[in-house]
Every structure is written in C-alpha cells, then in structure tokens.
Write a protein that binds this ligand. Structure first.
Ligand SMILES: Cc1ncc(COP(=O)(O)O)c(C=O)c1O
Length: 342
C-alpha cells in the first residue's frame, strides 16, 4: 500500500496550513563528528534552522496546528508545558506573527524564575513575544492537560476566543509537519537513503516520521530517542494514531505500523525530563567541537548521546549511514550554564 513521493506531497497540499518555516532546511554531512565516532557516516538534518524565533521542530508542526486556529477564525491560542518549553516559545512567536493572542500555561519547575534569578532562555523569549503567562504546579501528563483544559474554559467563560493546542488533534496536525519533513529529506537524499534516522521525539515528530515511512514504504529505520517517559504507553499511542494522521491526509494506513517497526528508546532520559545527563553534556561538547553545531541538554543532546552510544556499542553497525534530525531547543542552553561549566 505504498504511495509515491508525489502522491504523498499532493496529499499534504490538502491540509490547511500557514507559512511559518524556512524550508527546506539543509541536510549536511558531519565528517568530523563521524570520524570522531569511527566507521559511520553521519549527516545532520538542520531543523534547528527552520526559522521562527531560533528554529526547531515545532515550526513545522505549527504550520498545521496554528493553521487550524486561523482556519477556525480564533482570536487567540492556548498551549502549556514546562517553563523552558520550546513549543511555547515558538507558539508565542507564531501568534505574534499571525496577530493572535497567546496564553501559555507553564509549569512552576526548577527553571521557573525566582527572586534574584529572572527569566532566561525560552521563558524570556515568551515574554518578548507578548505571551500571557499563567503558572501551575501540575506535573506534566494527565494532570497538566486537565489544568490546561480548565484554563481554556475559564478564558472562554471570560469571553475570549481561544484555540486550545494539544490533545490528539494537536498531535495529529503537528505530525503532518513531519510527514512533510520526511518528504523533504527523501528528496534530499535521493538514491542514497540512510540506514537510520535518529532524532529526539516522542509525540508529533515521531508520529509524522513513522506515518511518512509507512506511506512511502521506506526502509530507513526511524529511531526516536525520548526526552521524557510519559504516564501512558507512548508506543501504543503512536501505533493508534498513524491511521489518524493518514486520514487527515486522505490516505489509508489502517492497521499500520506493525509494533516491530516502532523504535522509541526511553533509555537516555536520565533521572528526569530536562535534567542534563553526563552523556548529553559529552554529546553537546563533541558536536560543538567537531561540527560547530549546538545541541540542547533536554532534547537534541540526549538524542545525540544515544546515537554516540549506539555507534560505540555496535547497535549501529560499522559502515552505516545515519541522518541525525536536529530538532533544535538551543535557546534553553543558557539555562544550563551551571551544569555546562561545572
Ligand atoms: C527541541 C525539541 N526536540 C524534540 C521534541 C520532541 O518533539 P515531539 O514531542 O514532537 O516528538 C521537542 C518537544 O518539545 C523539542 O522541543
């Protein structure tokens, strides 16, 4: 049931979107990083360069999720996450660009500002974009989603027109952005497809990449490295929602993917979400010093740490070609100054 690249690209055109990203992003060889690791050919897909407030994977997703807000004539949007959320920073920028009001529900976590420690990184940028910030102590997961829904109801009761980004709908529309990214990469690598595609992903990014892989019948193995362990079964969730994304595109992937084609590695999260591990620090330093490319401690640094470990342990066999999809997250680097200089 594989579709051609042209068919999938045509299907993408049927989903309403707004233009936010600088595309295509470059797919660049990483020769010095490859040499530092041994017999492996690493390329980096520069989705840290998607544009929109320092770039990152959310730009592509927002073309479709903010597209839903615009198509529905909403006057504002609401999203929520950790205080250093890249998603929230990019939503705040997109809302400013599209003339929408932006509400963010942020978690009062260890990076939230305290007396003497003003906002840094993504949170500082949220304010610059004029987002209205609301705080909660709810832990990420079901409790947080409930808090977000309650805030949406409160704002609507006060007369605001708010589009709530998130849930299955947000995930599925966001994933369409990564179906498009996969099409872009397939055009870029042409006849020399990689053996592996490594990236930091656990929700929409992974869902989009796997949907496109199934639709195109690709052999490249998508290896998602999780930044967080969710309070639900992320593999099952992904398997359930590939047909949902396919339905948005008007294609048929019912019954796909098979469980053995889902590769989500939760072994590099470390003690907790957004806590930098020694391996992530090594990955950040190695990538910076060999390629002049910045990664971040919560997401892309942990994904690169996994790739490095997999190459060293032979999980990625010698002679393999690997594309590392860089999902961005670099504005958060400045919040980890203590850990990065310790
Ligand atoms: C830099 C970065 N990489 C990866 C991810 C994971 O993306 P997704 O949840 O779409 O799989 C995020 C999510 O916030 C992110 O900010």
């Amino acid at each position: 049931m594989a579709y051609t690249l042209e068919q999938l690209e045509e299907a993408l055109g049927s989903v309403y979107s707004v233009r936010l990203a600088h595309l295509p992003t470059p797919l660049e060889p990483a020769p010095r990083l490859s040499a530092a690791l041994g017999d492996v050919e690493i390329w980096i897909k520069r989705d840290d360069c998607t544009g929109l407030a320092f770039g990152g994977n959310k730009t592509r997703q927002l073309e479709y999720t903010m597209g839903q807000a615009v198509a529905g004539y909403y006057k504002g949007v609401l999203q929520g996450a950790a205080s250093q959320s890249n998603h929230c920073r990019q939503i705040a920028a997109a809302a400013a660009q599209l003339g929408l009001r932006c509400h963010l529900l942020l978690q009062r976590d260890s990076h939230a500002p305290t007396p003497g420690h003003p906002a840094q990184g993504n949170l500082l940028l949220d304010s610059l974009f004029g987002a209205e910030i609301h705080w909660t102590d709810a832990p990420l997961g079901k409790a947080f989603d409930e808090a977000k829904k309650a805030l949406a109801e409160k704002l609507r009761a006060e007369g605001e027109s708010v589009y709530l980004i998130g849930g299955v709908t947000g995930k599925a529309y966001g994933a369409v952005g990564y179906v498009k990214a996969m099409c872009e990469m397939v055009r870029q690598w042409g006849d020399s497809a990689p053996d592996y595609l490594y990236t930091c992903a656990s929700t929409a990014t992974h869902l989009g990449l796997v949907t496109a892989r199934e639709a195109l019948g690709l052999r490249t193995r998508v290896e998602a490295i999780a930044p967080i362990v969710w309070d639900y079964d992320a593999r099952l969730d992904l398997q359930r929602h590939v047909p949902t994304v396919a339905a948005l595109l008007g294609i048929d992937l019912i019954g796909k993917p098979n469980a053995e084609d889902i590769h989500l590695d939760e072994g590099y999260v470390g003690p907790a979400y957004a806590v930098m591990t020694p391996e992530a620090r090594e990955a950040i330093e190695l990538t910076a010093r060999t390629e002049g490319i910045l990664l971040d401690p919560a997401y892309s640094g942990k994904a690169m740490a996994a790739l490095i470990d997999h190459v060293r342990r032979g999980v990625v066999p010698p002679g393999s070609k690997v594309v590392f999809l860089h999902t961005g997250g670099t504005p958060a680097l400045f919040c980890y100054a203590d850990e990065l200089t310790a």
